[in-house]
Design a binder for this molecule. Structure first.
Ligand code: PLP
Ligand code: ZN
Length: 431
């Protein structure tokens, strides 16, 4: 795409992020030029990307998308990325499987169709590759040379890998006590990895300070100063789910909550599909899932509050352990507006749900997946999720990264000598 320059003043070329037109404040609506901004200068509200969306017929756009690559770039006309994004070095995440989970449906008594959107199939085995891929394009556009983030684990790995592919330096920050699988995944790509003595909220505060300091100059923090762009990556989950259902909205969708970004952007993606005429405009319900040991949004929902009171996290679902979720109030709005709910489950229920998904569908989700399925089960049993309607459960990560959650109860059935006698003695032959 041609870059326009103002005659006689060729120093500032406008940023080419495809259909992204501006940043707009979610609170007061004020618009700002595309740049590495994340808070409104007038009211400090969060900024989000505003678009000039395609204007052609829905059929034309649908065909264009379907002819695109088998990854998130098929939706480039709806994302803040340049038109030639697919030609650049990046991890090409997305278009993960939407698994029709008939065994699980039978077990849970769901008759309206139950699906698992399995984002463990992404390049670094979590949904974070989607958001990072978009943030990388913004980092390139704004001339950042170091890619960074505050992470609960998966984001660190996704940033490390994406930076390696894009040829950027990376330096990422995590709470020091994360699961070994996440630490290794974050370190192996060769960037710098810094463990901070504190929880995620401490890491996040530290990163905000670093952004304001000369030490952090030239750094793109994917979930801080690039957050408006980063968030847009989660819209692709909505696009894919609808396309994979045959360009149809699901009736109910269950999504895990850490900062709440993913949930709010899935809703934004669904709204865009409706506006563009790519799916029929009909009601859908969005449900949010948290672990009891970090349930600030669920507590607010159940208490009928608009304000999310911060908590000190204590749960095995570390990827969701954000005690002060930035998008919490927007999650509450969405759950209430769509007629959904936010619920939480205990760590024990998380483990049970991980094993339920593995046993019924052959999908090994991480603890976040256990949270989401655990909440789904709880809400079905409570009569809140309607089993006669189409329901999608989002599994956002891979169980191999959180082995500790199930290792105590998932071991060899028996250990025997290599002989038939020993096998017979163990009682494992034909029933
Ligand atoms: C980051 C993450 C989420 C959700 O994150 P949000 O901050 O709410 O967007 C969900 N699942 C996993 C596995 C994650 O790593
Ligand atoms: Zn504002």
């Amino acid at each position: 795409m041609a870059v326009q320059t103002v005659a006689g003043n060729a120093t500032t070329a406008p940023v080419d992020l495809g259909p992204a037109a501006a940043l707009s404040c979610r609170e007061c609506g004020e618009r700002f030029e595309l740049g590495p901004l994340f808070a409104c200068a007038s009211c400090f509200g969060p900024l989000e990307v505003a678009y000039d969306l395609p204007t052609g017929s829905p059929e034309e756009l649908r065909k264009r998308i379907e002819a695109g690559p088998d990854n998130i770039w098929r939706y480039a006309p709806l994302l803040p990325v340049p038109a030639d994004v697919a030609d650049k070095p990046n991890l090409n995440p997305g278009f993960t499987k939407l698994v029709k989970a008939d065994n699980l449906a039978r077990e849970l008594g769901v008759t309206g169709g139950l699906y698992v959107k399995d984002d463990s199939g992404n390049p670094t085995h979590s949904f974070k590759d989607r958001v990072v891929a978009i943030a990388v394009e913004a980092a390139r556009a704004f001339g950042f040379t170091t890619l960074s983030c505050s992470s609960t684990g998966n984001l660190a790995g996704a940033v490390g890998a994406a930076a390696a592919r894009a040829g950027l330096r990376s330096c990422v920050f995590i709470p020091h006590d994360l699961e070994q699988g996440k630490v290794v995944m974050a370190a192996v790509y060769g960037g710098e990895l810094v463990g901070i003595e504190g929880n995620y909220d401490d890491v996040n505060r530290f990163c905000s300070e670093l952004i304001g300091d000369p030490l952090g100059e030239g750094w793109g923090f994917v979930n801080v100063n690039l957050r408006p762009y980063y968030g847009e990556g989660s819209k692709t989950l909505a696009y894919e789910i609808c396309e994979q259902l045959g360009w149809r909205l699901p009736d109910q969708i269950v999504i895990p909550i850490a900062s709440g970004s993913q949930l709010t952007k899935i809703d934004k993606g669904l709204q865009e599909l409706i506006k563009l005429g790519l799916v029929e405009d009909r009601p859908y319900k969005i449900f949010g899932a948290q672990a009891e040991g970090c349930s600030p949004v669920s507590a607010a929902f159940k208490g009928g509050h608009d304000v999310v009171r911060p908590q000190k996290p204590n749960t095995i679902a570390k990827s969701l352990a954000i005690g002060n979720p930035a998008d919490g109030p927007y999650v509450l709005d969405i759950a209430r507006r769509t007629g959904g709910a936010v619920e939480d489950v205990t760590d024990e229920q998380v483990v049970d749900a991980i094993k339920l998904l593995a046993r019924t569908e052959g999908i090994f989700g991480e603890t976040a997946g256990g949270v989401t399925l655990g909440v789904t089960k709880k809400l079905i049993e409570a009569g809140v999720i309607d089993p006669t309607l189409t329901t999608v459960v989002v599994n956002t990560g891979d169980g191999l990264k959180t082995l500790d959650a199930v290792s105590a109860t998932s071991q060899a059935t028996a250990t025997i000598k290599p002989s038939l006698d020993a096998f017979r003695a163990a009682g494992l032959g034909t029933a």
